[in-house]
Design a protein around this ligand. Sequence first.
Ligand code: 6LJ
Length: 158
Amino acid sequence: MAANSGKSVLFVCLGNICRSPIAEAVFRKMVTDAGAVDKWRIDSAATSTYEIGSPPDHRGQACMKTHHVPMSHIARQVTKEDFMNYEYILCMDDSNMSELKRKAKSVSNCSAKIELLGSYDPQKHLIINDPYYGSEDDFEMVYEQCVRCCKVFLENNS
Ligand code: 6LJ
């Protein structure tokens, strides 16, 4: 096998500008620091079309700068191919989950495991709430949840 030994994860939220690009960036940094970045395909996407083509929310960018986590992404919507090409699709809330399950029904060979990222939280905070109408503190909370969950997800897949 060449650069990629087959591990893959797609992080998904409503617009792909707040939560999922943070999760993607946090996970990529962890995997990079663990020396395993070549083993993984990592991306993020939206259930909606709301922000296709947009960079991450400026509050999330500020939060990532504070924590020295590189983040570079342009929002895109999930595709049918994503359901066949990713081993894991990790989403943030119940609304994301129902949208993904609904979309997966129109894919004949959906092999992805669709799960809540929060299901990996050792502190059992299951839902990662949409901070779009929230404050900087809400983005900080998203970041901290992503760190806890991504750490366990990576441990489970190492
Ligand atoms: C169709 C009607 C909605 C949101 C977001 C919320 C709203 C967002 C957003 C997350 C990421 C045309 C588009 C909702 C990016 C954009 C404003 C409305 C977009 C919603 C409900 C509760 C809490 C947050 N919707 N954009 N327009 N989250």
